[in-house]
Design a protein around this ligand. Structure first.
Ligand SMILES: [Ca+2]
Ligand SMILES: [Ca+2]
Length: 94
């Protein structure tokens, strides 16, 4: 199996899991997602995901994720982005 295929499969499974639990523990959910992205995308192990390391799906949103514009997506930035993204999708409930 090529590495890319494994990442996509794992992402899809994780997103399904997160979707099911998104109604509660949103704070923790953001960090779970961020740690997952880091674990799968941080190739050089510096604890941040650069634009180059980011998979294509995340690269599209990289400017939104990297709020301090240092060129790296940190765990905090990914978690914050994930939470704001979830909020947009569940806005109609509020
Ligand atoms: Ca890195
Ligand atoms: Ca950053």
């Amino acid at each position: 199996m090529r590495p890319g295929t494994g990442f996509i499969t794992a992402s899809a499974a994780l997103l399904l899991t997160l979707g099911a639990s998104a109604a509660f523990a949103k704070e923790e959910t953001g960090y779970k997602y961020a740690r997952f992205v880091l674990a799968t995308s941080d190739k050089n192990g510096d604890g941040k995901v650069s634009r180059r390391e980011m998979p294509p799906s995340g690269r599209e949103n990289f400017d939104e994720i990297d709020t301090n514009e240092d060129g790296y997506a940190s765990v905090d930035e990914i978690a914050a982005w994930y939470r704001s993204y979830s909020r947009i999708n569940t806005k109609s409930k509020e």
